[in-house]
Write a protein that binds this ligand. Structure first.
Ligand code: ZN
Length: 232
C-alpha cells in the first residue's frame, strides 16, 4: 500500500495536468496603454477593388504601415490585393470569413467562421492571423471564449470615424481623428464595399497633420509590443 501510494498520487496529478485548462476569454483591446505618441490606423471589410488600392497608395505615399482586418470571402475574390498589402508591410488581421456577427452563435460555428478565414489568409502568404476585429463590434461571451481558445486577441477601436455611414467629409473625419488622438489610440476606417473617397481623403489629410504633432503610425501588432504595463 505504502509502495503504491506515490504511483497512485502521481496518476492523479497526471490526470489533472492532462485536463484542458478552462477557456480564457480573448483579451479585448480598444486602446494600447503607452506613453509613446503612436497611433494605429485600421481598415475593415476589404479588400475591395475600388478602395483598397487607393488606401494603400495613400499610406505608401507617407510611408505609413496600417492594419487591415480582412473578410475571407472578399480575399478569395481579390487575392492580389492581399499580396499587395503583405508586400507593402501591412499588418493583416481577421474579420471573419463571411463577416458573421458573433452573437448567439455556437462555438463550432464561430470556430469555423474564424478558422476558414485564417486558412484563406495563410494560403495567400499571410502569417497565421492572431488579431481579430469583431464584425459590427459584436462578440458575446461564447465568442470571446472561443477566440481565446484559438489564441486570438480581439481588437476594438478608440476613435470611430463612422466613415461607413457616408455622412462625414474627409475634412470632418481628419479633424475628428486629430482632436481625439492620444497615445495608443486605434482608429477605425473601412476599405471594403463601404469605403469612399472621403475615407481616402481623410487618410491623406490626417497623416501629415498628426506627424506634425509628433505622432508615429504603427501597426496594431507593433503597438501591442509598446504596452507599458500588463493588463489585469
Ligand atoms: Zn466589418
Amino acid at each position: 500500500m505504502v509502495r503504491t501510494l506515490p504511483l497512485f498520487s502521481g496518476l492523479i496529478v497526471g490526470w489533472f495536468l492532462s485536463q484542458p485548462s478552462p477557456a480564457k476569454p480573448a483579451p479585448v483591446i480598444r486602446q494600447v496603454i503607452t506613453t509613446k505618441k503612436v497611433l494605429a490606423l485600421t481598415f475593415d471589410d476589404g479588400p475591395s477593388r475600388t478602395w483598397t488600392p487607393k488606401v494603400l497608395a495613400a499610406l505608401n505615399h507617407d510611408h505609413v504601415k496600417a492594419t487591415f482586418f480582412i473578410v475571407g470571402s472578399h480575399a478569395t475574390k481579390r487575392p492580389d490585393l492581399i499580396r499587395a498589402e503583405l508586400k507593402d508591410g501591412m499588418n493583416i488581421g481577421s474579420h471573419g470569413t463571411e463577416h458573421l456577427l458573433l452573437r448567439n452563435k455556437s462555438a463550432d460555428v464561430i470556430r469555423q467562421e474564424v478558422q476558414t478565414n485564417a486558412q484563406i489568409l495563410e494560403s495567400l502568404g499571410s502569417p497565421k492571423p492572431t488579431l481579430y476585429r469583431m464584425p459590427g463590434g459584436i462578440a458575446d461571451s461564447t465568442a470571446l471564449k472561443t477566440l481565446g481558445q484559438m489564441g486570438y486577441t480581439v481588437i476594438g477601436w478608440s476613435i470611430d470615424t463612422r466613415d461607413w455611414r457616408h455622412r462625414n467629409t474627409a475634412d470632418t473625419m481628419a479633424k475628428m481623428v486629430e482632436q481625439q488622438a492620444s497615445p495608443g489610440a486605434i482608429v477605425i476606417f473601412h476599405d471594403g464595399p463601404n469605403g469612399s473617397e472621403a475615407t481616402v481623403g481623410a487618410v491623406k489629410m490626417l497623416i501629415p497633420a498628426l506627424k506634425r504633432q509628433g505622432y508615429q503610425f504603427v501597426t496594431v501588432q507593433q503597438m501591442l509590443k509598446l504596452e507599458h504595463r500588463p493588463r489585469i
